[in-house]
Design a protein around this ligand. Structure first.
Ligand SMILES: O=C(CO)COP(=O)(O)O
Length: 255
């Protein structure tokens, strides 16, 4: 189902104590607001050890949801140090980020592995937030659309219609992540519209209209409103600015 959504990807930041304090601040600041009709769903994606504690702080049945930043591709077994999708679901996780460029780059996650992770997440009842996005080189060579088309085709469009229904897509240009150099709202809109068109081709027009597509990459309290005003931008996947309660709350209110 297409919805306005803001997800905070904390990456490898925060201690347990700081994380709980941050979430308490955010839920208090957001609860003070009368929910606007287009108020977004909010997904908090902290590191694994914080998930359970933060889950307990999120008001039940509210617009706050819990998300993980990764999961293993097998259901269970001898995989020392790994975390299964099933375990995540059992502690109240609803979402999982997959295909983030940092995991593709630093942990060599390729389309085949991501395909298995998508299946494992979906089998456990988690909703994947699947990331795509081009490097600066790719953009400068005018290959952005080919590159993202291939990421979608090889990484995501093998899912069945029912499986694809559960997926949120995040467009995160690598050159904008953590650089303070955000894509312009027009650049974001252009790629989001392209993604929607490719979904229509791979599935159907209804699937394209129903897919939530987020923008990520140096989104902040100053630029969120302009980005979210674009017709194909349904919200954001926020890194740095999700670590500050005031900034993140401002972004949540930017619809
Ligand atoms: O990678 C991101 C979210 O997943 C974006 O990070 P920044 O918002 O820090 O650029």
């Amino acid at each position: 189902m297409r919805q306005n959504l803001v997800a905070g990807n904390w990456k490898m930041n925060m201690t347990y104590q700081d994380g709980l304090a941050l979430v308490s601040e955010i839920t208090n600041m957001v609860a003070d607001e009368v929910a606007a009709p287009n108020a977004p769903q909010v997904v908090i994606c902290p590191p694994f050890p914080l998930l359970h504690g933060i889950g307990k702080l999120l008001p039940q049945g509210s617009r706050f949801h819990l998300g993980a930043q990764n999961c293993h591709h097998k259901e269970s077994g001898a995989y020392t140090g790994e975390v299964s999708a099933k375990l995540l679901a059992s502690i109240g996780c609803e979402y999982v980020i997959l295909g983030h460029s940092e995991r593709r780059q630093y942990f060599r996650e390729d389309d085949e592995l991501l395909g298995q992770k998508l299946k494992a997440a979906l089998a456990a009842g988690l909703k994947p937030i699947f990331c795509v996005g081009e490097s600066l080189d790719t953009r400068e060579m005018n290959e952005t659309f080919d590159f993202i088309g291939k990421q979608l085709q090889d990484g995501l469009f093998h899912l069945s219609n029912e499986e694809f229904d559960q997926v949120t897509i995040a467009y995160e240009p690598i050159w904008a992540i953590g650089t303070g150099k955000t894509a312009s709202s027009d650049q974001a809109q252009e790629v989001h519209a392209f993604i929607r068109e490719r979904i229509a081709r791979a599935y159907d027009a209804e699937a394209a209209l129903n897919t939530t597509i987020l923008y990520g990459g140096s989104a902040n309290a100053q630029n969120a409103r302009e980005l979210f005003a674009k017709p194909d931008v349904d919200g954001g996947l926020i890194g740095g600015a999700s670590l500050k309660s005031r900034d993140f709350t401002e972004i949540i209110k930017s619809f």
